[in-house]
Design a protein around this ligand. Structure first.
Ligand SMILES: Nc1ncnc2c1ncn2[C@@H]1O[C@H](COP(=O)(O)OP(=O)(O)OP(=O)(O)O)[C@@H](O)[C@H]1O
Ligand SMILES: [Mg+2]
Length: 219
């Protein structure tokens, strides 16, 4: 099995607060993995490190078997990783479609069938009628679906989703579960989900728990 993520003894502290303590774990290409844990246990911290948003203090992180240099973090993140943030991180003042097209505009790669893929996502996520709306005027569930559309728009190798179904109703949760399943099956996108929601147990290959700075695999 080819590893897309390999962490060895990753440590991260904020001042005196040690959040991640010698975390070692790996995720194989094409897997769907969940991470659970109490509020404040370090889930977003770990996800931000995996998504090249935050630096780690020590240890080693190999992505697709390579060590990524700091100066390449932003390009790499844009083209290889889709990130669904806990608070959506949409750009207020821009329309839905302008938000979704940001990764494409900043990408240096050329993408075949970008518009076709985009239309598939817009329709699957039921946001095709919202494209000209300002994102500030959307409901929480709509914002979350726009954020997921943006994260999947360049068919990333890895999708990192931070509580993608927090505060959503059952219908919205099902749409999100289904799109994750689809892009995993059709494009082989590896997915790592930080969640409190058991709904993802249906599609996950492995489940982890983070507690006291350590990561445990759950059965
Ligand atoms: N930039 C920061 N500076 C200082 N402390 C931080 C920073 N970011 C996170 N922390 C602290 O690190 C710990 C882990 O935070 P993190 O956001 O990773 O938790 P979490 O598991 O994602 O929680 P939640 O479920 O509430 O989202 C918390 O105690 C938090 O207060
Ligand atoms: Mg968090």
């Amino acid at each position: 099995m080819c590893k897309i993520i390999e962490l060895k003894n990753i440590e991260k502290a904020y001042g005196k607060l040690s959040v991640l303590k010698k975390i070692s774990f790996s995720v194989n290409k094409g897997e769907i993995v969940t991470i659970k844990g109490k509020s404040g246990s370090g889930k977003s911290t770990l996800l931000n490190i995996l998504g090249f948003i935050d630096k780690y203090d020590s240890g080693q992180y190999l992505f697709d078997l390579q060590k990524v240099k700091r100066k390449k973090y932003s390009n790499f993140r844009n083209e290889s990783i889709g990130f669904v943030f806990q608070n959506y991180n949409l750009i207020s003042g821009l329309s839905v479609i302008d938000n979704i097209k940001i990764p494409y505009l900043y990408s240096k790669k050329s993408f075949d069938n970008y518009l076709e893929h985009l239309n598939f996502l817009l329709s699957f996520l039921k946001i095709e009628d919202l494209t000209s709306k300002n994102v500030a005027d959307l409901s929480g569930g709509e914002k979350q679906r726009v954020a997921i559309c943006r994260a999947l728009s360049l068919k990333p190798k890895l999708l990192l989703a931070d509580e993608p179904t927090g505060n959503l109703d059952p219908l919205n949760k099902k749409i999100i579960l289904d799109i994750f399943k689809q892009v995993n099956e059709y494009y082989g996108i590896t997915i790592l989900i930080v969640t409190h929601d058991d709904i993802f147990d249906e599609i996950s290959d492995r489940n982890f728990k983070i507690e006291d700075g350590y990561l445990y695999e759950e059965n």
